[in-house]
Structure formats: structure tokens, C-alpha cells
Design a binder for this molecule. Structure first.
Ligand code: P1T
Length: 384
């Protein structure tokens, strides 16, 4: 059967993979080498130097391309390094339209690194696609979408944005970190670039920092490969191996993340001391209809606001959790809790983050794959 015909769960295990040429190893060996012997200058077996390419990284890149329904995968040292490569496609004067609610580090690289080089960023609420069109002009080169957004769990209609991007001949990149290709595949919906912090669900075990891009178009892949090699923010062979191993269980982990996510979102929604719950699977979520249309399920990321809570009240709740660990990051098998205003989104000025709903009392949960009843009991004692 051709690999392209495999269904998603099979692709996580077999997509782009072949037993290793040397001894038939089923898992790609960790080629922990910086360089490769040549018989004559340029006479090598496909790899010459590990920044330009490494067999373990290639195995991961092939897997990434397969699970995201693309043709080319590129792996980087972190999610932000992958974003850095995308923005380096642009030139001074070019404009980017980005969602206004996104990971704090993404906002920071746009505003504090690339604005200095003359790239202009507009941040808009993309739940209303018409807002995007208002900002498009002849200098617009890229639309940057994150959906679900971090941490407000807003949902952006990828197909609608992609139509707009095509109409105006603008690239569309989607940060698919929260959803993963198990839940949504942006390239199938018309996006040009999919980006991941593979540190999260793709790796899945909180033991590696790694980033990824996947594209369909050869010319775009060549440009990104040039940047990957020329700027050099690549990941190492060991980290590539860990993410490749993580991907092989992505579908079973995601299924449980989604089940536990539902159990906890419903528990919080019915809790008398909770003001608001943000999880796209709830019918009360303002973008639930779009989520239902473009996602296969709703994931394990939830944000909530306790009733009448102050900054300190929110901090106390996250400190009181025992099964949930208070930590940055998300997407691992273990449940994590965070306080976006002081942690993941502290790099966004207070007025800016509050405009998109990231208030001082907001708490974010990355629901893991433990027994849901243990997680609920933990929340019960911490919320009080
Ligand atoms: O941490 P890194 O692998 O560089 O990925 C950055 C990144 C990009 N996009 C999204 C949606 C992300 O959530 C992240 C990283 N986020 C966290 C560390 C966090 O706790 O939200």
C-alpha cells in the first residue's frame, strides 16, 4: 500500500519511515555525528555535515511531512527557531497579520526581534475573518494564525482565512501546536505552512525542545531549507529521535487528552466558584461551531477564571495543586497548570494581553493522560 494512502493513525507509526539501510533497525539510529566521511570532495552518501542534514533528523522530517499531509518537513532547535525561519522569508517593509491572542514568545519574537529589521506586524482578533481583510494591503506577505490560540482557546476558521490569503496572494502559516495533526491538518484546508512547537504534544513527554515546519510546495521548501541551513537553528539527532518516538503514540495520547479535557471542562463549567471556562468543545464556547467543523475533537488545553479572583487568588490555586504540576509548557503526558499573566504571557504588555482576555486571574491547564477522577479531585481541593 502506498504510504500516502495510509490513514492518520498508521501514518504516525509508518509515515515516511523505512527500516535503516545499515542493519535494518526498525527505529532510526541516533546518528550522533557532526560530519560524514567523503571518498572525494562531494562524494558522500547523502549527508555531509549535520547542520545541512542528518539521517535521524531526516527520518523525523519525513514523519512530520507525512502526518501533516505535506511534502516537506523541516525540524529546528525549538518552536521559536521554526518561526524565526518563516519570518526570515520576508524583507524590510513587508507586513504580517497575526492573531492578537498567541503564545507570549511568538509575540515577543515578532515585536522585539523582527520589528527592528523593518517588518511590520498587525495583531487582530481573527475569529472575525473580516478584521483580517481590513489590514491587507500591497505590502502584506504573510498571515500568521494560531488556533486554538494560547491561552484563550479562540478558534480561527482556517479555510476562510486560506481563501482570503489566496485571493490576495499572501502566504498563510498556521501554528498547529495546540491541535496537532490528530485534530486538524491545516495544509488540507489550504494553508501554505504548518508550524509546531514539537516540544508539546508531538514530543509528548516533556523531555525535549524542538520545532517543526511542514509545507507542500517545493519552492517554499527550498527557501526554508536554505534558511534552516544558512541560519543553522537545527535540532540534534537525540532530540529528533525523541520526537520521532513521541509521534508514534500521538493518536493514542491525543484520544485520552481529549477525553480528559472534556471531563475537566465540564467539571469546571458546573463548578459554582468558576466564572468562565475556555475549551472549544463546550457548546457555550463562542467559536464552537467552527471548532466542530475543522477539528476532529477538542484537545486537552483549558483556561478558566475563578469567580471574583485576584492575581494572588489565581496564584494560590495553582500553587495548591498536587497532581497538576505548576510549570511552563504543555502537551506532555503529565498534567500541568500555569498562570499566563506571570508565566507564558508575561512578555506581552499588560494592556495588550488584557485586550485579548489574558487577565491576572486566568489559569491555564494542560490536561494530561492520568485518571480524570484524580485530576478533578486535585482541582476540587485547590479551588476550595
Ligand atoms: O518553546 P518552543 O518550542 O520554542 O515553542 C514556542 C511556542 C510556539 N507556539 C505555541 C503555540 C507555543 O505554545 C509555544 C511554546 N509555549 C509554551 C512554552 C507555553 O507554555 O505556552
Amino acid at each position: 500500500m502506498s504510504q500516502k494512502k495510509l490513514k492518520f493513525n498508521s501514518k504516525t507509526i509508518h509515515g515516511g519511515q523505512k527500516p535503516d539501510k545499515a542493519y535494518g533497525a526498525v527505529m532510526p539510529p541516533i546518528y550522533q555525528t557532526s560530519t560524514f566521511a567523503q571518498t572525494t570532495p562531494g562524494g558522500h552518501q547523502g549527508f555531509e555535515y549535520s547542520r545541512s542534514g542528518n539521517p535521524t533528523r531526516s527520518a523525523l522530517e519525513n514523519s512530520l511531512a507525512s502526518i501533516e499531509s505535506g511534502n516537506y518537513g523541516l525540524a529546528f532547535g525549538s518552536g521559536l527557531a521554526a518561526m524565526d525561519a518563516v519570518i526570515k522569508l520576508l524583507s524590510p517593509g513587508d507586513e504580517v497579520i497575526s492573531t492578537n491572542d498567541l503564545y507570549g514568545g511568538s509575540y515577543r519574537i515578532f515585536k522585539q526581534i523582527f520589528e527592528k529589521y523593518g517588518i511590520v506586524f498587525h495583531f487582530v482578533g481573527m475569529q472575525n475573518v473580516a478584521e483580517i481583510e481590513k489590514k491587507i494591503n500591497t505590502k502584506t506577505r504573510l498571515i500568521w494564525v494560531e488556533t486554538p490560540t494560547n491561552p484563550m482557546m479562540n478558534i480561527i476558521d482556517i479555510k476562510a482565512v486560506s481563501k482570503l490569503a489566496q485571493k490576495h496572494n499572501v502566504l498563510l502559516a498556521v501554528d498547529n501546536t495546540f491541535a496537532t495533526p490528530y485534530l486538524q491538518r491545516p495544509l488540507e484546508m489550504g494553508a501554505d505552512i504548518v508550524m509546531h512547537s514539537a516540544t508539546k504534544y508531538l514530543g509528548g513527554h516533556s523531555d525535549v525542545v524542538l520545532g517543526a515546519l511542514v509545507v507542500k510546495d517545493k519552492e517554499l521548501a527550498d527557501q526554508l531549507y536554505f534558511i534552516q541551513n544558512a541560519s543553522g537553528a537545527v535540532c540534534g539527532p537525540m532530540d529528533s529521535f525523541l520526537v520521532l518516538r513521541g509521534i508514534k503514540t500521538l493518536h493514542v495520547r491525543m484520544q485520552r487528552h481529549c477525553e480528559n479535557g472534556r471531563a475537566i471542562a465540564e467539571y469546571l463549567q458546573n463548578h459554582p466558584k468558576i466564572e468562565k471556562v475556555y475549551w472549544p468543545g463546550l457548546e457555550s464556547h463562542p467559536n464552537h461551531a467552527v471548532a466542530k467543523e475543522q477539528m476532529n475533537d477538542f484537545g486537552g488545553m483549558i483556561s478558566f477564571i475563578p469567580k471574583g479572583a485576584s492575581y494572588n487568588d489565581a496564584i494560590k490555586i495553582v500553587e495548591n495543586l498536587n497532581v497538576f504540576t505548576l510549570a511552563e509548557s504543555l502537551g506532555g503526558v503529565e498534567s500541568l497548570a500555569g498562570h499566563p499573566a506571570s508565566m507564558t504571557h508575561a512578555s506581552i504588555p499588560k494592556e495588550e494581553r488584557e485586550k485579548s482576555g489574558v487577565v491576572d486571574s486566568l489559569i491555564r491547564l494542560s490536561v494530561g493522560i492520568e485518571d480524570a477522577s484524580d485530576l478533578i479531585e486535585d482541582l476540587e481541593q485547590a479551588i476550595g
